[in-house]
Design a binder for this molecule. Structure first.
Ligand SMILES: Nc1ncnc2c1ncn2[C@@H]1O[C@H](COP(=O)(O)OP(=O)(O)OP(=O)(O)O)[C@@H](O)[C@H]1O
Length: 265
């Protein structure tokens, strides 16, 4: 049994626009998965269906093998946490400490336990020195880490990051990679929507591609980034290393090491 499953899920917004059509996928604990695809392909709608922010108009979401049909968003989000695309949709406390602690306070944990959890998660997310700051004193890119920290602090089994790489510099993107690795090592599932193909190639072993409302392919970076028809359909670019390899007449290459090995063999 998979921890999270979408079974033939479709979603039509109340205005009648169908955004997701017949998507099925399974995610195991300890897995980190990238979701990629053109703008408007249905990625964000799909992940909102995973944590109950939206309810499928057809099909079923299962968490730990149980249908999430009758569960509230609050109940599902204890298991499946969602970090919003725009941090300003999520932040509402006046210090970073309070923002990270907010969900823990409502879980009625002891003050000591809350403090311990906040300090630990802040350190993981590069916010250890900023806990007393007002979130809006920090730049957008850091505010994104505040919202990531707040969701991690709640300790859900699945953490969904919606475009965490948007507006991040190289150092922050590396930090994101470290956070994802640490969460996966602790047995969490991390599902990440991103438009950063370099990040996908270097960080993920499983990639799901969306195009025109539907899941088109689920595979390794190599299976995805060397499928030219798929890239065209989903309007995606190969990572630079694949582009370089292609110019040199090599296929199936995903790293500099592989390219060097294949070039000088
Ligand atoms: N509340 C809404 N009401 C009606 N249509 C919506 C609503 N929210 C999103 N849509 C539409 O649903 C489609 C899918 O949107 P979604 O945000 O899931 O795509 P996406 O793949 O995440 O795109 P992006 O990469 O641009 O974030 C888009 O055409 C979008 O305009």
């Amino acid at each position: 049994m998979s921890y999270l499953e979408l079974a033939n899920v479709s979603y039509t917004y109340p205005n009648g626009f169908e955004a997701v059509r017949d998507v099925s996928l399974k995610v195991e604990l300890g897995e980190s998965v990238a979701i990629i695809g053109q703008n408007g392909a249905g990625k964000t709608t799909t992940v909102k269906l995973m944590n109950g922010l939206l309810k499928p108009t057809q099909g079923e979401v299962l968490v730990e093998g149980r249908s999430a049909k009758g569960a509230t968003t609050a109940e599902i989000s204890r298991s499946v946490g969602y970090v919003f695309q725009n941090p300003d949709d999520q932040i509402f406390q006046e210090t970073i400490y309070k923002e990270i602690a907010y969900g823990l306070v409502s879980q009625k944990l002891t003050k000591e336990l809350i403090q311990q959890r906040v300090v630990e998660v802040a350190a993981l997310c590069g916010l250890a020195e900023s806990l007393k700051e007002h979130p809006y004193n920090l730049p957008y890119s850091k505010r994104k880490f505040v919202t990531i920290a707040a969701v991690i602090a709640m300790d859900p089994q699945v953490i969904i990051l919606d475009e965490p790489t948007a507006g991040q510099d190289r150092q922050s993107t590396e930090l994101l990679g470290q956070i994802i690795d640490q969460l996966a090592q602790k047995g969490k599932s991390v599902i990440t929507i991103t438009h950063d193909m370099e990040f996908v190639a270097s960080q993920f072993k499983r990639v799901i591609v969306f195009a025109n409302k539907a899941k088109r392919k689920d595979g390794s970076p190599e299976q995805i980034f060397w499928d030219e028809q798929l890239l065209k359909l989903a309007n995606l670019k190969q990572p630079y290393i694949c582009q370089l390899a292609k110019l040199l007449g090599k296929t199936g290459v995903m790293t500099i090491e592989e390219l060097l090995e294949r070039s000088f063999k």
